[in-house]
Ligand binder design. Structure first.
Ligand SMILES: NC(=O)c1ccc[n+]([C@@H]2O[C@H](COP(=O)([O-])OP(=O)(O)OC[C@H]3O[C@@H](n4cnc5c(N)ncnc54)[C@H](O)[C@@H]3O)[C@@H](O)[C@H]2O)c1
Length: 370
């Protein structure tokens, strides 16, 4: 069976609870799951930005249900599970910004740790919920600031509150898996991915949204940390990883336990580029623009974060299909369509999703035929 057929078989007709569905990654994943035939129940706060991909895709009317609520409130989380009885949960809701975590550390830990706890408790109390994928981050690892690609067995850590909260969410996941999920025969895994780019992200203090806001306003792009190296990947790459992981948890049968761990979903090593190189390519794709470097002192940010994805490649058949250059091209093309006036972005987003699935399919066929 081809990869796409396998994903469709895994998700079609299933009730999927997706937390964080109003956010950047959650909106792409909600659309993808819908195209695979799943009944998607979204649960999140209101979209975190204006504009928001969630609104541009009309997801409020397209999903099986879209519920606005706070994962920090256990009784609210419990009620969603009692109402919809999800088969599978993808937990993405989070305070997802490093810089904000310095000004709002309590909100960050409450959302990313206690919110996750509430979601996991509700999963345990819902008999139908058999598969849970908790989305954390590459920043969950103790960063040794060296030229090193993190493996799943490396220690958790985190300097800034966001990173530490994701390290905590990983420890929580491991504890709950051993203490409660495994004895009940329920599957719980975590997924760690790095910086993602793609159309529809308008978060503050993220490079590509900052770039397109400046370019659309004919202003110079202001960059901090121009030499910081990041593993750039298109948003669809880790989402493909999450879906593939979920599918293995659904069909793992005897091997199910082998998939209930943490998984890295990063790009190939060649996709690690410094910020300045990325900004130059964004300007090139946009067709005009310039940039300047912000020399103001800034809070600590990790300088080098790369993930070793050998385990996901070998055991899940996950493989990145877009280079960093492709990812930047697709992203800029998406924003150009938006800033030229296309205020319903369904066609462009579905086009990119379908193109991505075709690439996934070719890559999986190439893997099978050697
Ligand atoms: N975007 C990236 O580069 C990146 C990198 C690594 C990991 N991640 C992780 O992926 C996930 C999604 O990230 P994103 O970029 O889409 O973030 P985002 O900020 O665009 O979306 C966050 C989502 O979480 C929801 N949310 C926040 N607080 C909530 C609360 N208290 N209750 C209910 N919902 C709440 C928001 O409403 C939104 O739907 C997060 O867990 C994030 O930590 C993102």
């Amino acid at each position: 069976m081809t990869m796409l057929a396998t994903l469709t078989k895994a998700y079609q007709g299933k009730t999927i609870l997706l937390t964080g569905h109003t956010g950047f990654k959650g909106s792409w994943l909600a659309l993808w799951l819908t195209l695979l035939g799943a009944n998607v129940v979204g649960f999140s706060l209101r979209p975190p930005s204006e504009p928001a991909l969630f609104n541009l895709l009309g997801l409020a009317n397209r999903l099986y249900a879209s519920v606005i609520g706070d994962i920090r409130q256990p009784e609210v989380v419990r009620a969603i599970f009692q109402q919809y009885h999800p088969d599978v949960v993808f937990h993405l809701a989070a305070q997802a910004l490093v810089r904000r975590s310095y000004t709002a550390p309590h909100e960050t830990f409450e959302t990313n740790v206690m919110g996750t706890l509430n979601v996991l408790d509700a999963c345990l109390n819902t008999p139908e919920t058999q598969v849970v994928v908790n989305i954390t981050s590459d920043k969950c690892y103790e960063n040794v600031e060296q030229d090193y690609a993190y493996q799943e067995t490396d220690p958790m850590g985190g300097y800034d509150p966001y990173s530490a909260s994701k390290g905590c969410a990983e420890l929580l996941t491991a504890s709950y898996r051993k203490s409660f999920f495994a004895p009940l025969g329920k599957a719980l895994a975590s997924a760690r991915a790095g910086n993602v780019i793609g159309g529809g992200d308008w978060a503050m203090d993220r490079l590509i949204p900052d770039c397109v806001r400046s370019l659309a306003a004919n202003q110079p792009i202001v960059i901090r940390s121009p030499k910081a190296i990041r593993p750039w990947q298109h948003v669809l790459e880790p989402l493909a990883g999450y879906l593939t992981l979920g599918q293995h948890l659904i069909y793992g049968s005897a091997d199910k336990a082998a998939f209930q761990t943490g998984w890295n979903f990063g790009p190939k090593p060649a996709s690690a580029l410094d910020v300045e190189t990325v900004v130059r390519q964004v300007i090139h794709c946009w067709g005009s623009g310039n940039y300047q470097v912000d020399t103001e002192p800034k809070p600590h940010e990790a300088h080098l974060l790369q993930l070793d994805i050998t385990k996901a490649e070998r055991e899940l058949g996950f493989t990145p299909v877009l280079s960093a250059e492709d990812a930047i091209d697709w992203t800029v093309a998406w924003y150009q369509a938006y800033y030229r006036g296309a205020h319903v972005m369904t066609d462009m987003t579905e086009l990119q999703l379908n193109n991505y699935m075709k690439r996934m399919e070719s890559a999986s066929l190439a893997m099978v035929t050697g």
